[in-house]
Design a protein around this ligand. Structure first.
Ligand SMILES: Cc1cc2nc3c(=O)[nH]c(=O)nc-3n(C[C@H](O)[C@H](O)[C@H](O)COP(=O)(O)OP(=O)(O)OC[C@H]3O[C@@H](n4cnc5c(N)ncnc54)[C@H](O)[C@@H]3O)c2cc1C
Length: 449
């Protein structure tokens, strides 16, 4: 049977489960119009994906394979491929609600083989003694560590594969059953090129290696580059999770402290696991239904980095200009959005989803529910970050704030952590705080009670 290898969250040739299959294969990538049609034309992710897909195609060619690239809905593409005699499709798993619905549709059409290529553990593999899923991270983490052996991270080798005959030279648009050839350009997809500055996955690991011992203490500091910057690569599978863990195993053997970083990788697994077991988490609160407001003015000020809280606005500017946001800043912003502004976490999640290069439904939804205090194993609802004390602690010299809010450049760092300063001063190009920290805190807690 001819196999379709559908690349999605695994855009690489090294250590690839798809490439470990055997027989006659048609490697494909689909620029899915169901998704593309909802995006802005300058969406950074499409530029990034296009670049990675082009690179993947060249790497497959070097292996004697190729990549057929389609533009259309997966349903239309697979209906067309089925008519050509393809009966099996291999994919790596994807657990968000759109992906699950999409995959169910395709599984009705062809034999569908999901491969656990994005994560170390399978969702049904890590269960409590009573067979139900873990709801708290620490016991889940312990269970993962008990289960883990080196076999989980062995690399996948290329299978004996023959490339199916196909015209790989163009972009195939499939619409209403009609196939049209388009040039293989970003322009043909209707998107503009945007610059995404990202090191290759291997360079990213190399840069991170000397920082690993200090990761646990420094990762929260906004003005220190202590994190790995692997999230975009993990999101699109430009590196395999097994390779990242093999890299940790090597560092550990050399006496380095790798556990805190491994723990974060297991957080990534945990969130995907929870979304798999509780798909409704994508839109529904698990715990409480907190009070929310529909203050559109507050939302507008937030998305335009005009709340008058320097750390929050700097973080939003970081997101808008770079497509990423420091983890500590994401936590403060999530708390501020849901507690100070009392806006629904779903709106904040959607704003991040629109701009994050590393956007991943499970990590994003579960983290937003954690910030809002509504999810499984969330931050307690009464824990409300004070953005001023957070910046004093994690950005003492205000380097992060000043990088993303140049209008505050000339203000001494010490003042940038003082609410009273912002409440009383007129600052050119910067608004007064949208609400005082204490009144926001009291308002939220009294509404919650
Ligand atoms: C409100 C909010 C939204 C978030 N949205 C996303 C998202 O859409 N996509 C995403 O990948 N991460 C998300 N995170 C988690 C985290 O902020 C990013 O993974 C991290 O900042 C990426 O930078 P890094 O690769 O340098 O991380 P590192 O600190 O180097 O961590 C290594 C890897 O571990 C994983 N990881 C780390 N922290 C977490 C976490 N809290 N939850 C899940 N996985 C984690 C990521 O895959 C990351 O690449 C979110 C966090 C918050 C608080």
């Amino acid at each position: 049977m001819k196999k379709v290898l559908w690349f999605r969250r695994d855009l690489r040739v090294d250590d690839s489960m798809l490439l470990a299959t055997e027989g006659e294969v048609l490697p494909i990538f689909i620029f899915d119009t169901n998704i593309l049609n909802t995006l802005e034309k300058d969406d950074k992710r499409i530029s990034f994906i296009f670049e990675q897909v082009t690179k993947l195609k060249a790497e497959l060619q070097a292996l004697g394979l190729d990549l057929a690239i389609f533009y259309g809905t997966p349903l239309e593409v697979f209906t067309y491929l089925k008519a050509l005699g393809f009966g099996e499709v291999y994919v790596s798993v994807d657990y968000d609600s759109y992906a699950r619905k999409r995959d169910e549709e395709i599984a009705e059409l062809l034999s569908f083989y999901p491969l656990n290529d994005c994560y170390l553990f399978e969702p049904m593999e890590v269960l409590k003694k009573d067979g139900t899923p873990y709801l708290v991270f620490t016991p889940y983490y312990r269970a993962c560590k008990e289960l883990y052996t080196k076999f989980y991270v062995l690399g996948y080798k290329r299978g004996e594969q023959r490339l199916s005959t196909f015209d790989y030279s163009v972009l195939w648009s499939i619409k209403d059953g009609v196939k049209t050839s388009l040039p293989l350009t970003l322009d043909a997809l209707g998107f503009e090129r945007t610059n995404v500055e990202l090191l290759s996955p291997q360079k990213t690991l190399e840069r991170f290696a000397p920082k690993i011992d200090k990761y646990a203490i420094e990762r929260d500091f906004l003005d220190i580059d202590a994190a790995s910057h692997l999230s975009v690569h993990l999101r699109f599978g430009t590196i395999s999770i097994r390779e990242v863990v093999r890299f940790l195993v090597q560092l550990k053997a050399q006496g380095h402290e790798t556990e805190p970083f491994f723990r974060q990788l297991i957080f990534r697994e945990f969130y995907a696991y929870l979304l798999y077991h509780f798909p409704k988490l994508a839109w529904e609160n698990y715990k409480y239904n907190p009070p929310t407001s529909n203050d559109t003015e507050a939302y507008k000020r937030f998305i335009n980095a005009q709340t008058g809280y320097p750390l929050v606005d700097a973080a939003v500017m970081e997101l808008l200009t770079t497509g990423v946001m420091h983890n500590r800043a994401r936590m403060v912003v999530g708390s501020f959005f849901t507690k100070h502004l009392m806006l629904p976490w779903q709106q904040g999640e959607a704003f991040f989803a629109k701009h994050l290069l590393d956007y991943d439904a499970s990590a994003n939804v579960l983290s937003w529910q954690w910030c809002a205090g509504t999810g499984i194993d969330p931050q307690p609802y009464f824990r409300i970050f004070n953005p001023y004390s957070q910046s004093l602690k994690f950005d003492k010299e205000a380097r992060y704030i000043k990088r993303f809010l140049p209008q505050l450049q000339s203000i001494p760092a010490a003042l940038l952590h003082k609410e009273a300063y912002f409440m009383t001063q007129d600052i050119a190009g910067y608004p007064r705080p949208i609400i005082g920290h204490d009144s926001a805190r009291k308002r939220f807690l009294s509404c919650f009670a």
